[in-house]
Structure formats: C-alpha cells, structure tokens
Design a protein around this ligand. Sequence first.
Ligand code: HEM
Length: 285
Amino acid sequence: MAQYADSAHRPALRRAFSPHRRTASPLGLRLMEHAAVRTRRVLAAFCLTLHEHPTRKAPSIMWFTDFYRTAVGKKALMAITGIVLYFYVLAHMLGNLKYFEGEEKLNAYADGLRHLGEPFLPYTGALWIVRVILALALGVHIAATIQLTIKNWKARPTVYLNQVPQASTFASRTMRWTGGIILVFIIFHLLHLTFGSVGLPYEPHDVYYNVRTGFENEWVALIYILAQIALGLHLYHGVWSLFQSLGWNHPRYNHWRRYLAWVSAFVIAGGNILIPLVVLLRKYS
Ligand code: HEM
C-alpha cells in the first residue's frame, strides 16, 4: 500500500478522494481501511501488552517492556524520541543563527542558556536537564534502531541479488548511514565547540570566536556542511515515516507529510549550513 504515496499514484489518489464524487471509490475505501488497520495495529500491540500481561492486577512497568519488545513498540519509541531530537535540532539551529547578529548577541545568548531557570535551578541546571533528556532520547533512538535491524535480519536473512528498491527513496535507503554520520559528527562537534579539544583556537566563554575560528578552517567547515547534508536526509525520511510509525498516516494527508519532511530538512540543514558558508565567504572576500 505504501506505493500509493508515490507521485505516480497521486492522480489516482486525487480521484479517489475527490469532493465531487458522490460515492466512495473502491480505492478510497481500501486506503481508508488500510489507514485504520495501521492505527489499530499500533493500538492493539499496546493494549495487548497491557491486557495480557500476567501481572495486570498489579499494574507494573512490565507492560512497557512488553510493548517495547514488539517491532511496533520499537518503531513507536523511535518516532517519539525522534520528535524530541527533532525539536532540539530545530531550536539549536535557530539559536545558531544568532551568529549573524554578531559577537555580543551570540555570546549573551549562550550565557543566557547557562543562567536559564535561576534562581529556582542552579547555574547550568536547565542545560543539564536538557542534556540528560537528549542523551536518553538519543540512546533509546539508537538502541531501538539496532534491535530492530537485528530483528529484521533474523526475520529475512537472505540477501537478494539484483534487489530493486520498491517505493523507497535515497533518504530512506541510507537512514542507517546518515544516522551513523550524525553520531560521529556529534562526537566531533562536542569535542570542537563544547570541550575545545580538537586543536583549534578555543576560548571557553567566547562562543562566537570559537565558531568563527573553527569555520575559517576549510576542513572543519566541510565536515560541518557534509554532516548537515546527512542530517537533512535523515530528517527528511524521519519526519515522513514517524507519522506512519505512530499510525497517523492517512493517504489524504500524505502530501502534507511530504511537505513537512521537505521543509524540516531544508530549513534545519540549510540554516546550519549558512554559518560555515558565510564565515568562509567573509574570510575570502
Ligand atoms: C553549523 C551548525 C552548528 C553550529 C554552529 C553549532 C554550534 C554549537 C555551539 C557553539 C555549541 C556549544 C554551546 C556552548 O558552549 O554554549 C554547541 C553545542 C552542541 N551542539 Fe551544536 N552546532 C551546530 C550543529 C549541531 C547539530 C546538527 C547538532 C545535532 C545533530 C548539534 C548538537 C549539539 C549538542 C548536543 C551540543 C551540546 C549542548 C550542551 O552541551 O549543552 N549541533 N553547538
């Protein structure tokens, strides 16, 4: 059914859901049924774990581990943690754009983040809460991906020769690669701009200086730009498929999902790419 989301099937979809139709088309009915089945499947996996667990008289966290054990549960958790990470990269990109407001504004913003929540929270308290949430989300996202991959391999160990990808995109086929690149990038990025330990000039309280001097090095700028391309591809397929993983995909709204996936990838990766590009342009102009 996933193939109905393809552009080749859009005219058929449009006809199937046309408001001018007086009767439901067979394709429309099949698609609606399919969407309902998917939603039911997620809910059923969830309810089954709640209902069938032997300890159900004394509710425990066990229902959650049982739900996680199913492929649907892992997908749902990947989607939820993906949403957390998505909002982080979006907020981080918007914060990064302060670079264009100049040294004073960017450094004040970075300092403000450290003081966030005071006096209710200690210095850098809010930042640590975000760091812990991020680390947990990233850990679960990666663990679920690895376990799901192993599960899939075990279910279908045969490698097909001359396999022709069906209803897939370059972004969807390279999800594990782009995910791996982003992980390596995050490690490099933390060493570069948080710990200042990659051998580039670093001033602990001068974020603007660290970013500028970092991107004036062409290799560093190139690493960041390539990593953002990987992030864009990962976000594109991630945003597109998370609705499916949560059972929220109705063919009628597929074009909106595609649009959101496109905009997210373009805005987040593009916004970040602007910074090394502009630093390099300024260096050479
Ligand atoms: C051009 C792109 C980027 C720039 C200029 C940038 C800039 C920065 C800077 C300056 C810091 C240190 C902040 C501070 O010390 O106050 C930082 C931290 C961080 N960045 Fe980025 N970043 C970029 C892209 C990304 C991307 C794509 C991700 C995730 C995929 C990311 C994840 C993080 C994380 C997790 C931290 C640590 C936050 C913390 O410890 O509080 N960054 N970034």
